[in-house]
Ligand binder design. Structure first.
Ligand SMILES: [Zn+2]
Length: 264
């Protein structure tokens, strides 16, 4: 029986008024979530959360931590949350530090990257927020790269995600990568068993999906393509209306329960 489990691997806290126009001064905690899908002998991890402290990521790391201060107490990083040796595949949604930080724990897993992420890895641009110090030297050469042509617009069987391109990772419909353009170059989600869509950073949180018009200039400038982000958000809202459950990386989800088939 397949299952999907959630683990929080560090967090950051922000004043909502710094992110969105017209928002309250409420400070909200954004955990950095990873999702483990188990089916038969396959164990597929979606993202890896924050890196354990201390980070050795130079001046760029210092600047990142000033802007988005992480809270990563000992024992909360991915290698403490699950047994890294049991993971067969790691899918990275994108290369921001709160998603790629735990990747060092998986030297033996198959690492899946989209073409866009692979290009970012090879030639990162400053505003793409990639901290080279967090990325092990073996990653670029070891990654399995999914070309853009592997994604097509046909509607996944049993689930209406019209307007979003998917790539069937194992050829059996159990785990479809979903192209979610906007947040970062090559940013990707995953539709698990045509039931739950891991939507990564397509929005900071479910209640902020569709609020892209309110995003303040600084966080907007950090997005790879804010127009595409708005279009992606509308497609995700449409999918949700068709019954697909959306799980974002920075919402808090229940732990210790199977999130497939209504577990959320
Ligand atoms: Zn991100």
């Amino acid at each position: 029986m397949a299952s999907l489990h959630y683990f929080a691997c560090g967090e950051t806290t922000h004043g909502m008024h710094q992110l969105l126009r017209g928002a309250s001064r409420e400070r909200r905690v954004f955990p950095s979530g990873v999702f483990l899908y188990s089916a038969g002998s396959r164990r597929v991890l979606f993202d890896t959360g924050y890196a354990p402290e201390p980070w050795r990521a130079g001046a760029a790391g210092w600047a990142y931590r000033r802007l988005l201060p992480p809270t990563v107490p000992q024992g909360v990083t991915v290698e403490h949350r699950l047994d890294p040796a049991s993971v067969t595949h790691v899918v990275l949604s994108h290369l921001h530090p709160d998603h790629v930080g735990g990747i060092r724990a998986f030297p033996d897993a198959t690492i899946v990257l989209t073409e866009g992420l692979h290009e970012t890895l090879r030639s990162p641009r400053l505003r793409e927020g990639v901290l080279g110090g967090l990325i092990p030297p073996w990653l670029e050469g070891r990654a399995t790269v999914l070309p853009s042509a592997a994604f097509d617009a046909s509607v996944a069987s049993g689930a209406a995600i019209a307007g979003l391109r998917t790539a069937d990772l194992f050829g059996d419909g159990s785990y479809r990568l979903v192209d979610l353009p906007g947040h970062a170059r090559g940013h990707v989600g995953a539709l698990v068993e045509d039931d739950v869509l891991l939507a990564a950073d397509a929005a900071w949180a479910r209640d902020l999906l569709g609020e892209e018009g309110r995003i303040k200039p600084l966080p907007r400038a950090v997005a790879h393509d804010s127009r595409a982000q708005t279009i992606t958000a509308q497609a995700l809202l449409a999918a949700e209306r068709q019954g697909v459950r959306l799980l974002f990386s920075h919402d808090r989800h229940p732990t210790g329960v199977d999130l497939l088939r209504g577990g959320a």
